[in-house]
Design a protein around this ligand. Structure first.
Ligand SMILES: *Cc1c(COP(=O)(O)O)cnc(C)c1O
Length: 234
């Protein structure tokens, strides 16, 4: 199957999952995760109608952004070191993986130099697995409050990566937990904070994530095929 065919299939599955959950399919946006895939495949996917692409690695993102004239919207979804923020400033439309104040401060500084604002999500480690990055629920709440005071940033919601299960429905309680946390933070009414995005669900479990309210699903393998490097790499 071509990338265009797999993309169409994934889009249909997302739509069906939204309808099944009683949600408006337009409320779920697809982030095509193109990490490790060549620029040419991003182009093919864009030509098939996909606008938003997710990348995990700063250098790879830089190279692809430089190699494409197409107006794709880049989202950064991987672990981000503060000293690399300057390389993606102004290039990415959203950062999904903010898990500490020092990182948010650097994003604020770099976007400020460009006179722009960055949309970001706070990454939460809902499962508490030691190998996963992300703030605890309690830290996330505090982090949102602290980020709200920084210029050039807009908190738009939360992101999580649940543990891997063979049974995709097993991840559902973690998605539900992220949604409840988001609702609690929204209820605090922090000025400037809009908890409108829930970035959750990957190739293996996006249906369960959509049932629990995902607004951004990050899907790589189901569109581009299997990678050499694993999904957690980087
Ligand atoms: C790789 C990756 C994905 C996509 O995973 P697939 O299983 O290939 O769909 C989603 N989110 C993050 C943070 C990733 O690193």
């Amino acid at each position: 199957m071509s990338i265009a065919e797999r993309l169409a299939e994934v889009r249909e599955e997302i739509r069906a999952a939204a309808v099944k959950a009683g949600r408006d399919p337009d409320g779920v946006r697809l982030v095509a995760v193109s990490k490790t895939r060549p620029t040419e495949e991003v182009r093919q996917c864009f030509q098939a109608g996909q606008l938003v692409f997710g990348e995990n690695y700063v250098q790879e993102l830089q190279a692809k952004a430089a190699g494409l004239s197409e107006p794709v919207e880049w989202h950064f979804i991987g672990h981000l070191q503060s000293n690399k923020v300057k390389y993606i400033a102004g290039i990415v439309g959203m950062i999904h993986s903010v898990d500490r104040l020092s990182l948010a401060q650097e994003i604020s500084r770099q976007w400020g130099r460009l006179g722009k604002s960055c949309d970001l999500l706070v990454q939460v480690n809902v499962s508490g697995e030691a190998t996963k990055s992300g703030a605890t629920a309690e830290e996330a709440r505090r982090l949102v409050q602290e980020i709200a005071l920084l210029p050039n940033l807009r908190v738009r919601g939360l992101m999580t990566m649940p543990p891997f299960f063979d049974d995709p429905t097993a991840a559902r309680p973690y998605f539900a937990e992220l949604r409840r946390l988001s609702e609690r933070i929204a209820a605090a009414g922090i000025p400037g904070v809009e908890m409108r995005e829930l970035s959750m669900g990957m190739s293996g479990d996006f249906e369960a994530a959509i049932q629990e309210g995902a607004t951004l699903v990050r899907i790589g393998t189901a569109i581009f095929g299997t990678r050499d490097r694993g999904p957690g790499a980087g």
